[in-house]
Write a protein of this length. Structure first.
Length: 130
């Protein structure tokens, strides 16, 4: 009896190949679109406090609406350093020297914005273009 029930269930449940084929067909006909993962603009950014405060690269140019990932590394530390890129990022505390702090954001408007070190009060420039 159990064998008969399993055989009936196998006939009713479509195989993996049958269940995948219609999805491919729909995509080919344009009825269903594939999701494309968003692109990420990734930059390694260094922050040096001595002898004068600076970010590198500076200026940094990114595209509006595309995710930005900054891999920020502080070269010096005498106290906590916080970074702000207003209006996109506010007050991110950096890891100790040699370690990477990941800062992610999506710029939603074009223009020129300041990347600020809040502890040592120096700036870099972020340019957002279309």
């Amino acid at each position: 009896m159990l064998t008969i029930i399993l055989a009936v269930l196998l006939l009713l449940v479509p195989s993996r190949a049958e269940s995948v084929a219609p999805a491919r067909l729909q995509m080919a006909q344009g009825e269903k679109t594939a999701q494309v993962p968003p692109k990420v603009q990734e930059f390694e950014m260094m922050m040096s406090v001595y002898p004068t405060g600076k970010f590198s690269p500076d200026p940094m140019t990114v595209k509006k609406g595309m995710r930005v990932r900054l891999l920020m590394k502080a070269l010096h530390r005498e106290h906590l350093n916080q970074i702000s890129i207003r209006p996109f990022v506010t007050n991110v505390t950096l890891q100790p020297p040699g370690k990477v702090t990941v800062i992610e954001f999506v710029p939603n408007k074009t223009g020129t914005f300041k990347i600020r070190n809040l502890g040592h009060d120096f700036e870099g420039t972020l340019v957002v273009v279309e």
